[in-house]
Design a protein around this ligand. Structure first.
Ligand SMILES: C[S@@+](CC[C@H](N)C(=O)[O-])C[C@H]1O[C@@H](n2cnc3c(N)ncnc32)[C@H](O)[C@@H]1O
Length: 207
């Protein structure tokens, strides 16, 4: 697994996923591999937003999920996007300047704060981390009653895709989240797979 500095480098101004081109690369990826998963993720996310909702977005990047929330025109109490890449946050802040109930914060998501949320989301981040089940469990514990956790992440596809896809992922400091890790998640979960197994949508409900 990659070191944190390698991951930051991937998303830096000089990295392969150059923060400045990220949104274009992201749109291409969505079209190729995750259109249905992302559509279902967005539908679930929007359906669960209430005026009282406090939303946490882990690894918010350039603010793609914030854009989805704002486009829905639904009212929410707060949105907090967290990311450890200054270059990605800089773009998010430029796209969404000065929105009263929106905070974009630089922090490492592997060290959760104690605060609880109604909606915790994360898209395409887990494959950069280690021991994802522990991280997912720790955030599931930070769900308010009747809250929802929705994560989209990369998993190992069928072998004839994995065979050439895996070496490419390494260039981006990524590893698919393994079935073992998914099974280790302690909370009751709903798992849906898309695009020959490349994309997984995980849902956990707060107790
Ligand atoms: C593939 S991008 C996803 C961005 C956004 N969620 C999206 O769907 O487009 C992964 C993001 O996770 C961030 N990231 C990776 N590991 C992180 C960590 N340990 N703490 C905070 N952010 C992290 C990277 O900086 C990057 O912005």
């Amino acid at each position: 697994m990659a070191y944190k500095q390698d991951i930051k480098d991937v998303y830096s101004k000089f990295g392969l996923f150059n923060a400045r081109w990220y949104d274009q690369a992201r749109a291409l990826w969505t079209n190729l591999a995750s259109r249905k998963a992302e559509a279902n993720f967005t539908k679930l996310l929007i359906a669960n937003i209430k005026p009282s909702s406090e939303i946490l977005d882990l690894g918010c990047g350039t603010g793609i999920n914030l854009e989805r929330i704002l486009n829905s025109k639904k009212r929410f109490r707060s949105y907090t996007g967290v990311d450890f890449s200054d270059d990605m946050l800089k773009i998010a802040r430029k796209k969404f300047p000065k929105i009263e109930n929106v905070a974009l914060i630089r922090r490492d998501i592997t060290k959760p704060s104690a605060k609880k949320y109604d909606i915790i989301i994360s898209t395409w981040v887990m494959s950069h981390l280690e021991e994802q089940s522990k991280i997912i469990d720790s955030y599931a514990r930070r769900l308010n009653k009747k809250g929802i956790l929705l994560f989209v992440f990369l998993t190992k596809p069928v072998w004839y895709i994995d065979f050439w896809f895996h070496p490419i992922l390494r260039l981006f400091a990524c590893e698919p989240v393994s079935e073992d890790e998914i099974q280790k998640i302690r909370f009751r979960k709903d798992i849906n797979k898309y695009s020959l197994g490349i994309t997984t949508l995980l849902m956990i409900r707060g107790k």
